[in-house]
Design a protein around this ligand. Structure first.
Ligand code: CO
Length: 207
């Protein structure tokens, strides 16, 4: 018997319950997916996109990595964005970070972690960029929270400045990019008010 038998059993119960509630659910879903949202979030096990937004399978396209970073040379992330925008035609891209993010915390410290430090350099850059604002926070906890928020905002900008989103906007596609942050301590998402729906918004906010 597999050590993971409990997961497979749990999966069977889940699928059965879903079908008894909505007959034909999986048959319909197997024909197509038409999600309205692309979620770019942290890999943290405490921040599962579907569950915290109450979305069912088929309703959100998801990309997650450590500290929800969007790098312009990351073909993985860019391919997800391109597919979501050009093929699935999502209407919203949500970059959702979270307070207490281990990746952001590691980027603030001096301790070495090996390979992952290269990835976290992107967050160190953001820390340096907002150094005076972050350092003016009253406590270490407040500085940590502020960098978690700034990281979301910068990654939302990175999504907006990608060639995929820029050309979608140039063609007049209906597409908005949002920056959210999730609080693990109470399960609530906060909108960081940086939503951008076109080239004008992007230029205004990035100024
Ligand atoms: Co995280």
């Amino acid at each position: 018997m597999s050590e993971l038998e409990h997961l497979l059993a749990s999966n069977k119960r889940w699928a059965k319950a879903l079908v008894s509630d909505k007959p034909g659910f999986f048959t319909d879903l197997s024909q197509q997916q038409a999600p309205e949202y692309l979620w770019i979030g942290c890999s943290d096990s405490r921040v599962p996109a579907n569950q915290i937004t109450g979305l069912a399978p088929g309703e959100v396209f998801v990309h997650r990595n450590i500290a929800n970073v969007v790098v312009h040379s990351d073909l993985n992330c860019l391919s997800v964005v391109q597919y979501a925008v050009e093929v699935l035609k999502v209407k919203h891209i949500i970059v959702c970070g979270h307070y207490g993010c281990g990746g952001v915390k590691a980027a603030m410290g001096k301790k070495k972690h090996g390979l992952i430090d290269n990835w976290l350099l992107h967050i160190r850059d953001i820390h340096r960029f907002y150094r005076s604002e972050i350092d003016s926070c009253s406590s270490e906890e407040a500085r940590f929270e502020r960098l978690c928020e700034k990281n979301v905002i910068e990654q939302a900008f990175n999504v907006c400045s990608s060639t995929v989103v820029q050309s979608a906007w140039a063609k007049g596609s209906e597409l908005s990019v949002h920056g959210w942050i999730y609080a693990i301590k109470d399960g609530l998402i906060h909108d960081l008010d940086v939503s951008m729906s076109g080239l004008e918004d992007f230029e205004k906010i990035s100024r």
